[in-house]
Design a protein around this ligand. Structure first.
Ligand code: CA
Length: 409
């Protein structure tokens, strides 16, 4: 495996080493209106917009806007070509004069939403999460609905409220029906929650009317990012029957600023857990896209759960095949999220509703307080690492957000 050039001084175990190279969009402190595409390397950001202008002019137009949009649309040939060049710059000692002045300390940049989110879809691909939610929301029914093991369940969310990590999240107001009440009330959500998820970013579009087979996943999906699907459980519980999530989800969705390309996940690929239902043809994929990615969620700095992505039932290739099997087309910038990542036990549940079992068993915090639901001022930070070569771990950055009080009436 290639190492970063010695002059960069990046230890091999750094989560943003040469094996990662995630892409983002940033502005530097002294140029707040000048957007650039950056690549994370160690504790720095490489100014890819300027670097391509300087030494890769044939690709420079892909990065000139400062967002990833044109690069995403350029397809897998451009994705692999650019990654190979960046790898060479950062590993070949002779490239030092070319890029040294384009490395900006990460602490000196503001990371922006890295691409224009086109459509946003959220799946429900963890059997453990779906079973837990079923038990909490519908205690008198089977935890999983009859369709759950035959198709990856999802819904279309609100692309316009996807925000980048660090954006504060205002507690939503809405309708809810308090336990035991026979009429709904209106007011600030009192059961505010997070959901730790993995997002998949579509690069290459598809044609309307033409399904995208699971085997073409890597031609269309550019990479992954961390997602927090903030959820207002009381609003959700009252509104979701019969058409699914709506205002309980659409007020904000946080993504990490770094998009890690699929090329970085080669060593993280694992076989998903075994299926116990016979699948219809388009869901029987030709390649395995289970992923060995370990999540951590911190509430006010304290780790409250470590969800394992490898336990997810449906793979992102199956999600893509299902999302397009009716002929719905993909657009550059489409984002689809996995659904809450939950493992088989309490140490790996990816939402507060599971960790605190619907508010009945609040999660203790080191300061002596506990949380059934998120309070104003609480900060949730999701981080994750993927398996790399030879036991190394590759970073996905972090998705963080702080809860602001509801807007006064
Ligand atoms: Ca979700």
């Amino acid at each position: 495996m290639a190492q970063t050039a010695e002059w960069l001084g990046i230890p091999p175990e750094h989560p943003f080493g040469l094996a990662a190279l995630p892409y983002g969009s940033y502005t530097a402190a002294h140029h707040a209106d000048e957007y650039r595409v950056g690549v994370a390397i160690g504790d720095c950001v490489l100014d890819l917009t300027t670097a391509t202008d300087r030494v890769m002019p044939g690709r420079a137009h892909l990065f000139r806007s400062g967002s990833l949009d044109e690069f995403l649309a350029a397809g897998d040939g451009a994705w692999s070509g650019v990654r190979a060049e960046i790898t060479r710059w950062l590993s070949d000692e002779t490239c030092r004069p070319v890029i040294e002045d384009l490395l900006v300390p990460a602490e000196n940049v503001s990371l922006r939403l890295p691409f224009t989110v086109a459509d946003y879809v959220d799946f429900y691909a963890s059997e453990h999460h779906a079973s837990n939610i079923g038990r909490i929301f519908r205690p008198d029914s089977e935890p999983l609905t009859p369709n759950w093991k035959h198709l990856p369940i999802g819904y279309h969310g609100r692309a316009g409220t996807v925000v980048v990590s660090g954006t504060d999240v205002r507690r939503p107001c809405g309708q809810m029906r308090p336990p035991g009440a026979d009429r709904p009330t209106y007011g600030p959500c009192v059961r505010l929650d997070f959901e730790a998820e993995l997002g998949f970013v579509v690069g290459a579009p598809s044609h309307l009317g033409e399904p995208v087979p699971a085997g073409r996943f890597a031609e269309h999906v550019f990479g992954v990012c961390l997602v927090n699907d903030w959820s207002a459980r009381d609003i959700q519980a009252w509104e979701y029957v019969p058409l699914g999530p709506f205002l309980g989800k659409s007020f904000a969705t946080t993504i990490a600023p770094w998009i890690l390309p699929l090329a970085a996940l080669e060593h993280a690929r694992v076989r998903p857990p075994s299926r116990d239902a016979e699948l219809i043809g388009y869901l029987t994929e030709s390649s395995d896209w289970g992923l060995d990615i370990d999540f951590e969620v911190r509430l006010n700095g304290h780790v409250i759960t470590r969800p394992p992505y490898s336990a997810m039932y449906w793979s992102p290739a199956q999600m893509l095949a299902h999302m397009t099997v009716n002929g719905a087309s993909l657009r550059t910038g489409d984002l689809y999220a996995s659904g809450t990542v939950s493992g088989p036990d309490r140490t790996g549940q990816g939402s507060l509703i599971e960790l605190g079992w619907g508010g009945a068993e609040p999660v203790p915090l080191p300061d002596g307080s506990s949380r059934g639901w998120l309070q104003d001022g609480d900060e949730i930070t999701i981080t994750a690492t993927a398996a790399g070569e030879g036991g190394a771990r590759i970073g996905l950055g972090s998705a963080t957000g702080c809860i602001l009080p509801a807007t006064p009436e």
